[in-house]
Write a protein that binds this ligand. Structure first.
Ligand code: ATP
Ligand code: MG
Length: 379
């Protein structure tokens, strides 16, 4: 069964129990655009407790804003009760959400017209001109962009990331509102901004979106992002292919290892970005091929739009890891080495084997080790 068929099943079950349910949000946008959505979200007139009673495998993943995750055949579907949002006093979270409103109101709270459509029974419910804007390839807020960005400034970042992902233009009034209200991004949690920025960087029109961001002055509210840095990233011929490689381009041009810190990314992403940035600096050589995970080398090739030779390069090295070296710490101890000398000796032999200056051969390495220790004054 396809995702749509599962979603239909959920809708039917809800309707059999007297409720209304629709596919909503990004899935409807993608459907109208003729592409397959990543995930399908549903909206319903039923309350979360009622949804949980109908579907034995369901998890209250966001019950305070009406969301239950229904699991069918190991696939998750977010089912959210129709809701409207009360006033926003802080430009980021509504002071309260009201459950049990109409579909019309639920769609009205959504950010952009293209994201404010619903789908049911083969029909698109399009109350705010989403299909028209998709045809025109324009991103437009539902209602006044000044009001909508005042409520939640993250929508400015979202507009730019959809611009990149879809290669759309921003509506004129939306641009004006973004210029005027960009400073409100300072009130938004950095993690949420960073997630949208990552999606922007990996979209096909990311250069256009970055240029628009500078035109609108939005980059000034992002940490460590100067106009010059934005220009350098746009001029770079490498392309971000995932979050880590996107950040790597900024790190590479910023020439500052701490550049990523205020963005609050995970340790894995930070480490990968640093590794990729360093590879961009030096190019590939035996030592960094040895030290870098194959999947990151693969990313490196993809960023450069080159054939992925990561596997072949890794395999062409004489050894893949320290364990494969035919000389180890115990051998060094036997030769009288201790502590720091062992570490240095192993690193030295490992390096020469990788660079093919020495064969990975027990007796040869042992003789070399003796010589090294003599020179180091150990024995
Ligand atoms: P993607 O395909 O990248 O997941 P999406 O449109 O599904 O895109 P989500 O962030 O998953 O984006 O949000 C789901 C839906 O929730 C959106 O389509 C939109 O209707 C609504 N939405 C999300 N964030 C906001 C927001 N900040 N303000 C208003 N509506 C929002
Ligand atoms: Mg989504």
């Amino acid at each position: 069964m396809t995702e749509w068929e599962y979603a239909k099943q959920i809708i039917e079950t809800i309707e059999q129990h007297g409720g209304e349910a629709y596919i909503v949000g990004g899935a409807v946008r993608d459907y109208v655009l003729g592409s397959l959505p990543d995930d399908i979200d549903l909206a319903t007139s039923l309350f979360p407790e009622e949804v949980m009673m109908l579907f034995p495998k369901s998890v209250p993943t966001g019950i305070e804003h009406g969301t239950v995750t229904v699991i069918i055949d190991h696939r998750p579907f977010e089912v959210t009760t129709f809701r409207s949002e009360g006033s926003y006093s802080d430009s980021r979270r509504p002071d309260n959400v009201a459950l049990g409103v109409s579909l019309e109101e639920d769609l009205l709270r959504r950010d952009f017209t293209m994201n404010a459509m619903a789908f049911h029974d083969g029909q698109v419910v399009d109350l705010y001109g989403g299909q028209h804007d998709l045809e025109e390839r324009i991103i437009r807020t539902v209602g006044s962009p000044f009001e909508r960005f005042n409520e939640d400034a993250l929508r400015i970042m979202r507009a730019l990331r959809f611009m990149s992902q879809l290669d759309f233009a921003l509506h004129g009034e939306l641009r004006e509102a973004a210029k005027e209200l960009g400073h409100k991004l300072e009130q938004i949690a950095m993690e949420r901004i960073a997630i949208e920025f990552e999606k922007l960087l990996t979209g096909p029109a990311y250069k256009k979106a970055l240029a628009e961001m500078v035109d609108l002055g939005i980059h000034r509210y992002l940490p460590n992002v100067s106009t010059e840095l934005m220009r350098q990233v746009q001029q770079d011929e490498r392309t971000p292919v995932d979050a880590a490689s996107g950040w790597a381009l900024f790190l590479h041009h910023a020439i500052d290892d701490t550049w990523l810190v205020p963005w609050k990314r995970s340790n894995v992403v930070k480490r990968e970005a640093r590794t990729l940035a360093r590879l961009c600096e030096t190019g590939l050589n035996e030592m960094n091929i040895y030290a870098t995970d194959e999947h990151l080398l693969s990313t490196y090739f993809k960023m450069h739009g080159e054939e992925d030779l990561s596997h072949e390069l890794k395999q062409s090295l004489p050894i893949q890891c320290r364990k494969e070296l035919k000389f180890n710490g115990r051998d060094a101890l036997e030769l009288g080495a201790r502590g720091e000398a062992i570490k240095q000796l192993l690193a030295n032999l490992e390096r020469r084997v990788i660079l093919q200056k020495l064969p990975n051969h027990e007796t040869v390495l042992r003789e070399e080790a003796k010589r090294w220790l003599q020179r180091a004054g150990v024995s």
